[in-house]
Each structure stands twice: as structure tokens, then as C-alpha cells.
Write a protein that binds this ligand. Structure first.
Ligand SMILES: Cc1cc2nc3c(=O)[nH]c(=O)nc-3n(C[C@H](O)[C@H](O)[C@H](O)COP(=O)(O)OP(=O)(O)OC[C@H]3O[C@@H](n4cnc5c(N)ncnc54)[C@H](O)[C@@H]3O)c2cc1C
Length: 421
């Protein structure tokens, strides 16, 4: 019997250290920065990052030889859930999307030279330019406005070879972090007639700025502008050496990146859902109506109970999927974790929405106001149901696995988490 959800003492120590760091260092700086101007925000992030390095909480997801803490995915689940209790937490630790996923991708697919040029400054959180420290950030450019982002075989951004260079033309959007990024991992079609549809695309490392890479706009979303940019790519030239992974491996690389990156999102969403549930309970204990506190009313208790059960399921699913990724060494051909990641991604994204929504309900008008963070949390939660795989795509893959399990093995046990039940 090896079912034990306790962490080894060294991971617990890190978890509690992150918790204290977020409440003692990050939250006060975050509050100060939110009340101030943009330069206060940047100053706050620099200060948090220096403090994280000092506290030994820098780069939890990367190996020690890259200056990280060398944590596996299960340990990362614990760290991320704590860090994401503050919107700035993951930034403070240099474990924010999309850099976190891009670092994993570069580590796995990059050549030595690519790693030195791009991974090293990403891990350091910056580089020296003319002797002055400058931030170093990345973005991942795959989605296009003209075709369904859910189906990367439709990608129209196109690269053709010209001597030892590639010439790229195309159009991308919703590229998170593109403004201010130093490098993009760009997915473009390189193969006209691939043997399998998924082998049409390749990945390129694009230095930013580069002639031909133009930020059209920072797209205004329902929660304002958050650096999700539209990009026009016109006769952009990149050297052969800038291809990341092999020709036609763009889809594989995207999947390699997205598996763990999806779960990393779930870990952060658990942190947010937990904050919402805490707020729901706290409000219900303090708001009095019709002869009793809200916490004493069955209708409110049902909301608290449903949210509690869902958050519990989220935690179990994420821990289990993370343990499978750890066991596999990040390779789904060793242990296939994709079904568990899909189920966790779908379930956590939807639970996050429901739990925040209930927290707003219990707060009444206050929940709808911007006097609490709940409204903003709800708007942020909305994208979790289609970014990194829309609900329906995950449901399609989950159903495919269940049907295949029945057809191949006359059981559904493999498809339902490969658990010994
Ligand atoms: C905040 C945010 C950040 C993002 N960051 C990035 C980024 O950094 N880099 C990047 O490349 N992209 C990014 N994206 C884009 C994101 O990955 C896409 O939105 C996602 O892949 C879905 O693609 P789409 O928007 O084109 O929707 P579509 O593919 O057009 O799908 C629309 C809807 O159609 C339905 N649907 C689609 N296909 C099927 C199907 N086969 N069966 C049933 N229903 C289906 C689903 O309901 C889906 O929600 C980001 C998006 C958001 C909102």
C-alpha cells in the first residue's frame, strides 16, 4: 500500500516557507503596488524577486544546475497552490506562465547554444545589457485569429527555407507576455505534405525585436489589457540554428509543453479557488440576515459544501496527475499521464469558475463590486475553460480514451485514472 498524501519533510518545509513568503513579503508589496503607478508595480516585482532569491525560493520548477530548486511536479503542485494565493506570487518565484512552460520546453528541446542564449537569462530572471540589469521574458506564439486554435493542424503561419534561413509570414493572437518579451517560441507550418497531419509544424526561436515581428495591439479583454497581443509576421528571417526541436516536431513540442503547463495552471487555480472558498466562509460567518448568520442557513451551507467537495476533488486530481508526470519523467510514452491531465484541467477550470461564482453570491452586492478581488478573479477564471485546450477538446479526448479502453481491454479502469479500484 503506497497511498500516502503526506509530503516528505523537506517539501513541507518549502511549502510552509512559500506560504509565509507570500503572506509576509508578496501580499504587502502587492497591495502597495496596486495602489500606486506602473513603476511601483515593476519596483515591487523586482523587490519580491530579490527577496525570493534571498529566501532560496527562486525558480522552483527548474533543476539545480540551472539555478532552480529542482522540484518535481507533485512538489510544484504544493508550491504553486501557495504562490497563487497572490496574483504576483508566481512572478516573485519566477514560475509564471508562459515563461515556466517555455523554460521546460527549452530545457528539453534546446541545443546547448539555445539554452545558453535563452534559457539561462530566463532562469536568471534577466541579463546584463551594457552593464545594466534588464528583465528577460519569453512568449509562446501558436494561436491564430483566422483558424481554430483548438486544431493546430490548421495553422497558416508559414515558413519556407531560403539558404540557411527560414522566411516566416503569418498572423498570431492572444500571445501572452509578447509586449516586452525578448524571445518567442513561434509555431509555423514548414511541411506541405506531411505523412501525418500533426507533423506539419515546426518551432522557431525568434529574437524580439526582429524586423518582420510586429505587435499590432495588446488585445482588450473582458478584464482589460493583460499583454495578450496580436502579432503580424512579415518576411521574418530566422537562421536554421533557431529551429527548436526538429522539422515537423512543432506539434510534439507543443504537446510536450502543454501537458505539464496545463497542470501548472491547475495548481495556480487551486490557490485561487481556495482563496474564494475562504472568503465565502468568512463572509457567511459575519453576515446576519433573517435571524441568523448566513453560515447557519442550509442554502449557504450547500454552496460551501459543494465548493469544499469540488476543491477536494481538484486537489486529488492534480496531485495524482502530477505524480504520474513525475513517474514518467515527463514522457507520456513511459507513463501515459495525458488522460489524467485532461480530466484535471477540465475539472479544475470549471470548479474554479463555480467556486468564485458562489463566493460572489454569498457576498451579494459586495461580491459584484470591485471592493473585493472576486469580480476580477471571476473574469480571469473564464479563460481557463478554453485556453490550453477548450473544455470540449478535453472531453473529446477523455471520451476517446474511455471508448478505446473498453474496445481494447473491455474495461474502463485505465481511462478512469489507472487507480487500483
Ligand atoms: C487569456 C488567454 C491567454 C492565451 N495565451 C496564449 C498564448 O500565450 N499563446 C498562444 O498561442 N495562445 C494563447 N491563447 C489562445 C488559446 O490557446 C486559444 O484560445 C485556445 O487554444 C482555443 O482556440 P480558439 O480561441 O481559436 O478557439 P476555437 O478553436 O475557435 O474554439 C472555440 C470553441 O469551439 C469549441 N470547439 C472547438 N473545437 C471543438 C471540437 N473539436 N469539438 C467541440 N467543440 C469544439 C469549443 O467550445 C471552443 O471553446 C490564449 C487565450 C487566452 C484567452
Amino acid at each position: 500500500m503506497a497511498i500516502d498524501f503526506t509530503f516528505p519533510p523537506e517539501i513541507d518545509e518549502i511549502r510552509f516557507k512559500v506560504r509565509a513568503f507570500i503572506s509576509d513579503v508578496v501580499k504587502p508589496l502587492e497591495e502597495k503596488a496596486r495602489a500606486g503607478e506602473r513603476r511601483d508595480l515593476i519596483g515591487a516585482i523586482i523587490e519580491m524577486r530579490a527577496a525570493a532569491k534571498e529566501a532560496g525560493l527562486w525558480l522552483p520548477h527548474m533543476p539545480k544546475e540551472w539555478g532552480g530548486m529542482g522540484l518535481g511536479h507533485v512538489a510544484m503542485a504544493a508550491v504553486s497552490a501557495e504562490a497563487a494565493r497572490s496574483g504576483f506570487g508566481p512572478f516573485a518565484l519566477n514560475a509564471q506562465a508562459p515563461d515556466e512552460g517555455n523554460m521546460h520546453t527549452l530545457l528539453h528541446w534546446g541545443t546547448d547554444k539555445q539554452k545558453q542564449t535563452y534559457l539561462k537569462p530566463l532562469c536568471d530572471g534577466g541579463q546584463l545589457v551594457d552593464g545594466k540589469p534588464q528583465a528577460f521574458r519569453s512568449c509562446f506564439a501558436m494561436t491564430e485569429p483566422e483558424v481554430a486554435g483548438s486544431d493546430p493542424t490548421l495553422i497558416q503561419t508559414h515558413a519556407y527555407q531560403d539558404g540557411d534561413e527560414w522566411v516566416i509570414n503569418g498572423h498570431k493572437w492572444f500571445i501572452s507576455g509578447a509586449a516586452g518579451a525578448n524571445v518567442a517560441i513561434l509555431i509555423a507550418r514548414t511541411e506541405e505534405d506531411p505523412e501525418v497531419a500533426n507533423a506539419a509544424n515546426s518551432a522557431f526561436l525568434v529574437d524580439i525585436p526582429s524586423p518582420g515581428w510586429e505587435i499590432v495591439r495588446d488585445i482588450e479583454t473582458m478584464s482589460g489589457s493583460h499583454n495578450h497581443c496580436e502579432i503580424r509576421i512579415t518576411d521574418l528571417r530566422v537562421h536554421n540554428d533557431q529551429m527548436l526541436g526538429g522539422r515537423g516536431q512543432g506539434h510534439l513540442l507543443g504537446q510536450y509543453r502543454l501537458g505539464p503547463a496545463r497542470l501548472a495552471h491547475c495548481m495556480r487555480w487551486i490557490g485561487q479557488a481556495e482563496v474564494a472558498l475562504e472568503m465565502m466562509v468568512d463572509r457567511s460567518l459575519n453576515r446576519y440576515s433573517h435571524g441568523s448568520f448566513l453560515a447557519e442557513k442550509q442554502g449557504i451551507q450547500w454552496m460551501i459544501a459543494d465548493s469544499t467537495m469540488e476543491l477536494y476533488q481538484c486537489k486529488l486530481m492534480v496531485l495524482h496527475a502530477a505524480s504520474l508526470i513525475d513517474k514518467s519523467g515527463n514522457d507520456p510514452s513511459v507513463v501515459d499521464f495525458r488522460g489524467e491531465v485532461s480530466m484535471a484541467k477540465h475539472f479544475v477550470a470549471n470548479s474554479l469558475w463555480r467556486i468564485i461564482d458562489r463566493a460572489i453570491q454569498v457576498h451579494g452586492a459586495l461580491g459584484y463590486s470591485s471592493d473585493t478581488p472576486l469580480g476580477e478573479m471571476l473574469k480571469q477564471a473564464r479563460w481557463s475553460r478554453f485556453a490550453d485546450g477548450a473544455d470540449e477538446i478535453h472531453q473529446m479526448r477523455i471520451a476517446e480514451r474511455t471508448i478505446a479502453d473498453w474496445k481494447d481491454n473491455h474495461t474502463v479502469k485505465n481511462a478512469t485514472g489507472k487507480l487500483p479500484l
